[in-house]
Design a protein around this ligand. Structure first.
Ligand code: NAP
Length: 251
């Protein structure tokens, strides 16, 4: 059984680790290859894109892949679209493993927006000092906001264009509530901007914002593709693979 796991997330790494241990299963995990020092999954790794749906379809045929699991980040919409198209064309089963989005709770002051551009539009009405956690490639969207000061946290350094009043914090999660509280207090943050990534590893900033009574601008995630099976946990993905393909049984 040959399985391609489209990765770049904690769930993808955990899925690969579980699959590598299964007799009769060969798993390749793929990464976009953009982070300088990525956390690598166990097992074989393919780094770099496939060249769109055509390239992916050719790669799947060449590598005799039996099933594809798209365990990419909820905002990796192009990769997901490419997986849907390539598997549709080649007739291969595709499962989407997507962690649930965050749920607003009592005390949260969340402002849902449909895009990063809408987040940028809303910011001037919410505060001057902004904690931006939407990734280094989102900075150009905020570059025109001269009235705001930004603390931008990312794994790798951002490239221009970027906001004029900017402090960059290079750091990789998971983060603690205590750490996030200290960071937001130190920088006198007035508003937090995040994508609805979901997951446990990055919730601390939301808890900290709630404790400090700060508004959070939260970008909605792209909708899941109708008709494509989707699960929210690694365990459910393993169960789906068992029932759909017989993965886990030798041979
Ligand atoms: P994207 O916009 O959907 O993808 C752009 C292109 O990058 C894809 O068309 C594909 O190139 C290549 N690519 C993306 N993910 C890939 C993967 N897992 N394996 C091989 N090629 C991949 O994706 P993105 O938002 O830039 O995210 C890139 C990677 O970072 C993903 O693996 C994702 O899981 C991870 N990540 C993303 C975010 C986020 O906020 N977007 C956050 C954390 C982690 P080809 O068309 O050439 O195949």
């Amino acid at each position: 059984m040959n399985i391609l796991v489209l990765g770049g997330t904690d769930e993808a790494r955990r899925l690969a680790a579980a699959l590598v241990a299964r007799p009769g299963t060969h798993v390749v995990s793929s990464l976009a290859g953009r982070v300088r020092d990525p956390k690598l999954p166990v097992g074989e790794v393919h780094e770099g894109g496939f060249g769109g749906p055509d390239g992916l379809a050719a790669w799947l045929a060449e590598r005799r892949v039996d099933v594809v699991v798209d365990a990419t980040h909820p905002f990796a919409a192009r990769m997901t679209a490419s997986a849907v198209e390539a598997t549709g064309r080649t007739g291969l089963p595709l499962l989407i493993l997507r962690r649930p989005g965050w749920r607003q709770g009592p005390g949260d002051d969340w402002r849902w927006v449909p895009s990063l551009a809408a987040a940028a539009e809303l910011l001037p009405s919410l505060g001057e000092r902004v904690f931006l956690t939407t990734g280094r490639r989102s900075l150009p969207v905020f570059a025109g906001l001269d009235g705001q000061w930004f603390l931008a946290r990312s794994v790798d350094p951002p490239e221009p264009p970027a906001p004029r009043r900017l402090e960059v914090l290079l750091s990789r999660g998971p983060f603690t509530v205590e750490g996030e509280l200290a960071l937001m207090r130190e920088h006198r943050v007035e508003v937090l901007v995040t994508k609805d990534s979901g997951g446990e590893m990055t919730t601390a900033k939301l808890v900290a914002a709630r404790e400090l009574g700060l508004p959070v601008v939260i970008v909605r995630r792209p909708a899941l593709r109708a008709g494509v099976p989707a699960v929210v946990t690694v365990e459910a993905a393993l169960a789906w693979l068992d029932s759909a393909t017989g993965a886990g049984t030798p041979g």
